[in-house]
Ligand binder design. Structure first.
Ligand SMILES: Nc1ncnc2c1ncn2[C@@H]1O[C@H](COP(=O)(O)OP(=O)(O)OP(=O)(O)O)[C@@H](O)[C@H]1O
Ligand SMILES: [Mg+2]
Length: 497
């Protein structure tokens, strides 16, 4: 009886002491001491149960080369493991990386995680490299992959391929999307940041908020989905995985908005290429090579970037002899290919080469978009199918577009004046930007009714303005014709004399 009491007393005292030490250890032991002890505890536990005996270990360091470049494989594996570790790891690290949309949970230092692939167990562990061993001051880590030797072939080929591919996909999905602009080649201070500078891309435009014909919108969305899923197709038909869009239409019809909607729809980055600051063709080539996959490269107002003087329709063209115009056009056509850009030495042929030369096969999917207000001024070579695969006209606001804008700006789907607005929009050319501006409430007192009435009033005024302008033009034309006929008659009279 006494013995049982003594045993009980000893056990409970030991348990109490152990619990006391455990809570002291948890509270006061420094974090790195705990990591060290726990790491060795698990390691030896594995060894005692004989799991480690036939293992192969492969190390993936965080920094490669001289320790200055971050290893892409390391990041991709970490992305892949983040999905596994969120569910199973005991200790996670929350990273607020500047390249990701939100906090990303990943494996903590000195933590292990088990992944199972085709019934084979793979153990991953993340360790901090001793500072003494490092040639650079950066804190380095490495990931170790351990597995049974008998699966060496399958793991090093199939499994690793799968991990890197998935990790890359996850990285692209989690990344914060960027809007890149090319640095001016004369701005030396920006050189160290590379050829492109970037800001987070937060434009809120979507296809749902875009005012345009519903069918046209759906068609574009389908085309984009087909393109982004077309990796195998493009490989099969031996074409680089890229697609060109030409957006044309009057100012304020939503060309730039459409680009943002496309980028948001596909979750792509946007590279806004300012051609006038590019020095020459080779710099343009380098800029293009420096763009990543899953991106849209945009050249806005391409007609203004290219020096097309002599090719486009001039205002006084009408006054010139028709023969003269034809002659000038032919001459311009000949010179076109080697024409230089207004403020740089980029030529048209350089631009053509840059958008679909050999480089275009060097990276993953890419969309190229040109926008212009004057499609007729563009060189046919620049916009031919295959280079600009789809030509999309952004037109003045019609009733269907108006309904989208009214829903966006006023949150209404019908009104007594809709019939009148429909008729007026058919007869008047008003850009979606102008319609949107008119519909926008200017103060808290303004409700949907006031805004709709203002639109009707503005449309009527615009219609009247357009009518007067047309009348004036007609009058001017008639006057010119009369003048010309008079001169011709006078010349005939002179000739008779
Ligand atoms: N189709 C549209 N749908 C929704 N909003 C539009 C549309 N078009 C224009 N807007 C509104 O008008 C503003 C100007 O449009 P945007 O800059 O896209 O026109 P743009 O065609 O690129 O003009 P520009 O030729 O002058 O560059 C946008 O911020 C947007 O609010
Ligand atoms: Mg624009």
């Amino acid at each position: 009886m006494l013995e049982a009491g003594a045993i009980w007393g000893f056990t409970s005292t030991t348990m109490a002491s152990l619990m006391f030490f455990w809570s002291m250890y948890k509270q006061f032991a420094p974090y790195h001491v705990r990591l060290y002890l726990e790491r060795y505890f698990y390691k030896y536990l594995n060894k005692w149960f004989g799991e480690d005996m036939k293992s192969v270990h492969i190390i993936f360091p965080e920094y490669t080369g001289e320790g200055l470049t971050k290893s892409r494989a390391f990041d991709e594996i970490r992305n892949y493991l983040s999905t596994r570790s969120t569910a199973t790891a005991r200790r996670l690290k929350a990273n607020e990386s500047e390249n990701s949309k939100s906090v990303v949970l990943s494996l903590d230092d000195n933590e292990d995680i088990v992944d199972v692939f085709q019934d084979v167990k793979v153990v991953w562990s993340l360790s901090l490299v001793n500072k003494e061993n490092q040639s650079v001051s950066k804190e380095g880590r490495h990931l170790t992959m351990s597995f049974d030797n008998q699966y060496r072939d399958m793991i090093t080929k199939t499994y690793l391929d799968h991990v890197l591919r998935e990790g890359k996909e996850i990285g692209l999905k989690n990344r914060e999307r960027k809007l890149y602009t090319n640095n001016s080649s004369t701005d030396f201070s920006s050189w160290r940041d590379g050829r492109w500078s970037n800001v987070p891309f937060n434009h809120p435009a979507t296809f749902e908020t875009l005012a345009m014909d519903h069918e046209k919108k759906e068609e574009i969305k389908k085309d984009l989905i087909k393109f982004s899923n077309g990796k195998d197709y493009y490989r099969k038909v031996a074409k680089p995985w890229k697609r060109g869009y030409l957006l044309f239409g009057p100012p304020g019809t939503g060309k730039s908005t459409m680009i943002s909607a496309m980028a948001n729809f596909l979750e792509y980055d946007v590279y806004d290429l300012e051609l006038t600051t590019v020095r020459n063709n080779s710099e343009l080539q380098k800029l293009m090579l420096d763009t990543k996959g899953k991106s849209i490269v945009v050249i806005e107002d391409i007609d203004c970037s290219l020096d097309l003087t002599g090719q486009g329709k001039k205002k006084d063209e009408e006054d010139e002899d028709e023969e003269d115009i034809e002659e000038k056009k032919k001459e311009a056509e000949k010179l076109k290919k080697d024409r230089v850009l207004k403020e740089s030495n980029v030529t048209l042929s350089g631009l053509l080469n840059a958008i679909d030369g050999l480089w275009s096969a060097c990276s993953d999917e890419k969309i190229i978009v040109f926008t212009t207000n004057f499609v007729d001024n563009l060189d046919p070579a620049l916009i031919r199918r295959g280079r600009m695969d789809r030509h999309i006209e952004m037109s003045y606001c019609r009733f269907e577009g108006f309904k989208v804008l009214a829903k966006n700006y006023l949150d209404i789907e019908s009104h007594d004046l809709y019939g009148e607005i429909k008729r007026l929009l058919e007869e008047t050319d008003m850009s979606p930007a102008d319609v949107a501006e008119t519909l926008m409430p200017k103060s808290d007192e303004e409700d949907a009714d006031i805004c709709i009435k203002r639109l009707v009033k503005t449309l009527k005024e615009e219609k009247e303005k357009a009518r007067k302008l047309a009348e004036e033009e007609e009058k001017n034309k008639a006057e010119k014709k009369e003048k010309k006929e008079k001169i011709e008659e006078e010349e005939k009279e002179k000739a008779k004399k």
